[in-house]
Ligand binder design. Structure first.
Ligand code: FAD
Length: 320
């Protein structure tokens, strides 16, 4: 029996939704190990975040409220995670396959000499704990067995819905004794300020492609997104053309999203783009070319000029 530890990710005093999805994965893992699901929150003034995590369906939330963790720094987080994992008999350590998880989980794995799986989409036991993970823009699914006593995993959170309606679990303050690292120091965090929801957390995403022909034309994409309280995304071709910022890119080399509603506007639907959005619950494609591959994955397809269709849809939504 070993326990499963979820590394909580938070930003601006709020728990990231990807952590809740990671807890769902951890519940699957704990069924196999026969252990408990724990969440670890590191930060400063984290009581609100701890409360959010405690309602996420875990068995216990451990937290350390300390100035050392006021800003995320892997050099400070790693020894604290190692200490808690050792103290709590943890066999599987998991985080979201986000920028945070990709930075942190491999470092923790290295400290335990643990086998590591990236982007896990399934876990099962058929005489050994195995994981499924996508490769090559999702065109290949591989099965990975991890045989080390401690296993480290980043989770593709779009595959796991948060647990709804869980009763709040127990919380416990810990003191790991970790001090500020000598080797690295937090200097500054340049955050792009936006009132829109974070792309990977949003229930609605409106994405634009190269067919929009300019950055200014993304204005109508933003207006449609705002009418639905959604986030704005872009194809890589739109980003490379300078129409949209880098952090809007969705796809194999961008962000992976799975909102309830995804608008692909003037996006052809190359496999590398589909790799980042095909898990969306409902896909609406607007494209002038009826043969565009995006229509093969769309639930609703509109063969139309985006410059006419998008403002018309926005107007209808605003009128509701
Ligand atoms: P285009 O392919 O140029 O398509 C534009 C579309 O707009 C066309 O379908 C056209 O019919 C339509 N259109 C034009 N005018 C209008 C109009 N007025 N109204 C409506 N529709 C219109 N791509 C990603 O998106 N994300 C990634 O992460 C990514 N990673 C990659 C990684 C690698 C290793 C490689 C090789 C490629 C990657 N790509 C990625 C690029 C990918 O292959 C495509 O080139 C890219 O997705 C195309 O973007 P697009 O659909 O916006 O542009």
């Amino acid at each position: 029996m070993s326990n499963v530890l979820v590394l909580a990710e938070h930003m601006g005093g709020k728990l990231r939704k990807v952590t809740l999805s990671t807890i769902t994965f951890a519940r699957e893992a704990a069924k196999l190990t026969g252990g408990q699901v724990y969440v670890l929150v590191l930060g400063q003034n984290v009581s609100g975040i701890v409360a959010e995590a405690a309602a996420g369906g875990a068995d216990k939330v451990f937290f350390e409220d300390s100035a050392v963790f006021a800003n995320y720094l892997a050099e400070n987080y790693t020894p604290a995670i190692v200490k808690v994992a050792q103290d709590q008999g943890v066999g599987i350590i998991c985080g979201a396959a986000s920028t945070f998880g990709k930075d942190l989980v491999p470092r923790v794995a290295a400290k335990f000499n643990a086998g590591m799986v990236s982007d896990a989409i399934a876990i099962w036991d058929d005489g050994g704990i195995k994981f499924k993970r996508p490769l090559w823009a999702g065109n290949v699914l591989t099965t990975v067995e991890v045989t080390t006593p401690v296993k480290a995993v980043t989770v593709r959170t779009t595959e796991f819905d948060p647990i709804e309606g869980a009763s709040p679990c127990a919380t416990e303050a810990v003191s790991t004794g970790v001090g500020a690292s000598d080797s690295a120091q937090f200097v500054n965090f340049d955050q792009v300020k936006s009132d829109r929801p974070e792309l990977t957390d949003a229930a609605v995403v409106v994405a634009g492609g190269r067919g929009l022909k300019s950055g200014e034309n993304f204005g109508m994409i933003m207006e449609l997104a705002d009418s639905l309280n959604g986030a704005v995304g872009a194809s890589r071709a739109a980003v490379d053309s300078g129409y949209a910022p880098n952090d809007w890119q969705i796809g194999q080399t961008g962000k992976v999203v799975a909102p309830n509603l995804y608008f692909a506007v003037a996006i052809s639907g190359a496999i590398q783009h589909l790799a980042g959005m095909k898990g969306s619950k409902c896909i609406v494609a607007i494209n002038t070319n009826a043969e565009a591959p995006i229509f093969q994955v769309a639930d609703y397809g509109l063969v139309a000029d985006a410059f006419e269709a998008v403002p018309a849809i926005t107007q209808k939504i605003k009128a509701l």
